[in-house]
Design a protein. Structure first.
Length: 191
């Protein structure tokens, strides 16, 4: 999982870009919010650290349980669903932001999760070392889904790309994109 953009020379450079996502664009309150978000990420990382087992399959399932207990998907498209600090405080957010939070905290906790962009504007989380096509479907609240036969439709997103997508959504005000597809019309990843 390396950055696919030309902006990041190394994986470490790419990881630093998650700060762009956490900082947001709300002026002087951003530093205070980022500090609170950082503390919340550390707390989540500690919970996800307990999921480490040496087995990618067990780690993915254990992380799914922790994340589903702490977070819900909010497809309402409000600005709060796109601000990681607010999502961490509320426990609800847009799928893309939930994925970024999950991956960032998991990596802090020593679990190799990554964010995927899928078909139809959907996002998923997967274990970087798990060879089977199982993902956590973010639109479905971290539900485990088998995407066998459709693996080529999913692409790893680096932290830089994720931050860029969230920033674009914030600027554009296209809340429909933050929600991806209306819940009733969203095709499941496993169908």
């Amino acid at each position: 999982m390396t950055c696919t953009t030309d902006r990041c020379a190394t994986a470490a450079d790419c990881t630093r870009h998650v700060a762009l996502l956490l900082a947001g664009d709300r002026g002087t309150a951003a530093a205070r919010s980022a500090a609170a978000a950082d503390a919340a990420l550390d707390d989540l990382a500690a919970a996800l650290r307990a999921c480490r087992s040496g087995s990618a399959a067990r780690e993915l399932r254990a992380c799914a349980a922790v994340l589903a207990e702490r977070f819900t998907v909010d497809l309402g498209g409000t600005p709060a669903t796109l601000a990681p600090d607010r999502v961490l405080a509320r426990g609800a957010g847009a799928p893309l932001v939930l994925g970024a939070i999950a991956v960032t905290a998991a990596r802090r906790g020593g679990v190799a999760l990554g964010l995927l962009a899928g078909p139809h504007g959907r996002y998923a989380v997967a274990h970087a070392t798990y060879p089977k096509p199982l993902v956590l479907d973010l639109q479905e609240g971290f539900a485990l889904q088998d995407v066998g036969g459709r693996e080529s439709l999913h692409r790893w997103l680096c932290a830089h790309e994720t931050a860029q997508r969230v920033a674009e959504l914030r600027r554009s005000g296209r809340r429909k994109d933050a929600r991806t597809v209306a819940p009733a019309a969203a095709p499941a990843l496993s169908s």
